[in-house]
Design a protein around this ligand. Structure first.
Ligand code: SAM
Length: 277
């Protein structure tokens, strides 16, 4: 990689224009110096406005390798979220959850995802049914399933997320059966569907044992009656995606709907709220 390094900044339009005209393929500013990338050396030090620089031959960088390196495993409660190529880094005793970084939100690196997995980890999920509203990459529904839930459903209004979630499910050993539902070898059922909670009446027998939703405060406020109607009596509700200044809206919605035992946890600017139906 060939770099022409000279004093200057990206704000200097005259200088950057000269470098582009000279055939630069990219510009970067580091520590008060401008770095212009070239395919071949040019007589730039003789050119007015560009003198005073130096040519450097630098090792080529493997951007993809660096990007992959930056995606470190995330430990959240009993679960460690990893991309497939780092599976060997999951500490013994942790439940591995493979998420291939892709187009849907939810690699585990965001504080809200991490807090939601921690909250799921703190529950006894064996044999439970879990609903994940706004599933994205499928990370929370899958975490619930891998933690023992007998049935987990992830809903998302964005149709692009559903195939991504299914791909992640397959990476975690879930397999499709004839009905299109994914099962692990242990017989736990996991499914993803395009959609949302839509205010429909739900039979008691169809209610979920646990509901988790990583959305945003205004949507939690709107969906609060549906959360109540979708959860079994006493069922834990886990809500996140809430920016701290918007917390009062969620508190008021949960109080209005009669949720009990409301608790809050803060991580940076993000809040996770748990309650019981
Ligand atoms: N559950 C993942 C996680 O915790 O990392 C992804 C959460 S991401 C912040 C929110 C997701 O909710 C997005 O995939 C978005 O498409 C979806 N979403 C937004 N509004 C929704 C709604 N009304 N119903 C269902 N999903 C919704």
């Amino acid at each position: 990689m060939l770099v022409y390094r000279l004093p200057g900044t990206l704000d200097d339009e005259e200088l950057t224009a000269l470098l582009w005209e000279a055939g630069a393929t990219g510009l970067e500013e580091r520590g008060g110096l401008l770095r212009a990338y070239f395919e071949e050396e040019q007589p730039l030090s003789e050119q007015p406005g560009l003198a005073g620089g130096e040519w450097l031959q630098e090792e080529d960088r493997d951007w993809q390798a660096e990007w992959k390196q930056s995606l470190q495993p995330v430990q959240a409660g009993r679960v460690t979220v990893v991309p497939g190529w780092l599976l060997h880094e999951v500490p013994p005793g942790q439940v591995p959850l493979i998420i291939e970084p892709g187009m849907a939100f939810g690699t585990g690196h965001h504080a809200t995802t991490r807090m939601a997995i921690e909250a799921l980890s703190a529950l006894k999920l064996d044999g439970q049914t879990v609903l994940d509203v706004g599933t994205g990459s499928g990370v929370l529904a899958m975490a619930a399933s891998l933690l023992g839930a007998s049935e987990a459903l992830g809903l998302d209004i964005d149709p692009l997320t559903i195939p991504v979630a299914f791909e992640n499910a397959e990476a975690n050993g879930f397999q499709k059966d004839a009905s299109g539902l994914h099962h692990t070898v242990t017989g736990r059922r996991l499914n993803f569907m395009e959609g949302t909670l839509d205010g429909e009446e739900i039979e008691d027998s169809e209610r979920y044992g646990v509901l988790v939703a990583n959305l945003y405060a205004e949507l939690h406020d709107l969906l609060a009656p549906d959360y109540r109607a979708s959860l079994k009596a006493g069922g834990p509700l886990i809500l996140t995606g809430i920016l701290e200044p918007r917390l009062p809206l969620v508190r008021a919605a949960l109080e209005r709907e009669g949720f009990l035992d409301v608790q809050e946890r803060l991580d940076g600017e993000w809040v996770l709220v748990t309650a019981r139906n």
